[in-house]
Design a protein around this ligand. Sequence first.
Ligand code: AMP
Ligand code: GLY
Length: 447
Amino acid sequence: MSLKNMNHDIPPDSALPLLKRVLIIGSGGRENSLAWAFSRFSEVEQVYVCPGNGGTEEHPLCLRLDIDELNSSEIIKASKTLSIDLIVIGGEKPLAAGLADKLRKAGLIVFGPGKEGAQLEASKQWAKELMVEANIPTAKFWTAKNKAEALAILAKIKMPLVVKADGLASGKGVTVCDSLKETEFAINEAFEGKFGEAGTKLVLEECLQGPEVSIFAISDGKSLKIMPAAQDHKRLLEGDKGPNTGGMGAYAPALILNKEKMKEIEKTILQPTLQTLIKRKIDFRGVIYAGLMLTNEGPKVIEYNCRFGDPECQALMPLMGEEIAKVIQSAALGALEKSPSLIYKDLKSVCLIAASSGYPEKPRKGDSISIELDLNKKDLPIQIFHSGTQINREGELVTSGGRVISIVAQGSSYKEAFRLAYNAIKQVNFKGIYYRHDIGNQIRKDV
Ligand code: AMP
Ligand code: GLY
């Protein structure tokens, strides 16, 4: 069966089917915010999240299913029993493992690329080659299959490089080196197995300079809908120092990109990416996430991901009108042209991550969490999304991962949104709680 035929398109003259029962795959803050966003759409009766987390059932209509995100046969079984209308795959691991292909083959409607499209994120070399083919601006690069090759490249280039494991490494496979010595060290470490399988091949890149911005384009395999840009903070410590993490906070829209710049990015980066996927016969139904660096020579792609960013998704979802649910459904059906237009609220949104001590290397787990903020009682533009939380045997909410809670707030100005978010996060507590006080330092004057 060709990839094209595995998808379940609707006839051109039919309207989008009703969207009553949604299944979100994943357990993080991103999936928690997606479940919340779907639950707000008027047609939706139930949102299941598998495996979800300790906060899934805090949102109306949301239920946990105790199924691992890689367990395709159980996911298929549950989806059929529950008459699921749409499955949204949140994270890169199940996407890279080909979960979307398996679910589509079983007749289910899925948002998220198949294994081949997920290479955009799962192999940095594959992504780089696609960019070269499409003439998409990106850092110069070299690939190396072993240490000798990598060191020979370094000896020839004689410049500190960015050392990247080719495969998925949970955001930890990249070392930005300041010196030749550091580059050599990072190469040695990678080939000694620091990134496991992911590091058996390396991509070495020239080091670019400039602010970073995340762009999310929803693709139905033929066309794109582009969401407002977001900026996140990958480093653990204030001042953007310390080790790389999955992300310690984010805000949107990122005003660093005006309409004109967004148009340029669409033309020079996003459309060529989609067209090259089409040329390769990849029917990409999901998110093309371009991580960009805005260099003196213009925007360049630092990396692609094949899903929403976490925590950017938590900041973005509250800015969306409830029709985002229908837009995602139409992309899964290969029919973005049938979706309503995306309406963005004219607000600024901020996400702060409360993390466990020891994150990202060895996060503390099992501590009880208290959240004093009662959003039901107050009509505040604040959301609490859970990431690494679970309900233990005693029925208590405890930490179960590095990033624990996302606090998200909106305001008519960034000042207001940050004020609300930083006040709210003070009402979240667990042993060793850590959060950065300078999220949004790109645009805040007070840090
Ligand atoms: P990645 O996982 O590829 O997004 O890389 C993680 C982080 O490393 C990025 O967000 C950048 O801050 C940094 N980085 C990656 N590639 C480069 C590059 N070529 N030049 C400078 N910084 C980079
Ligand atoms: N926030 C970055 C990511 O999701 O990869």
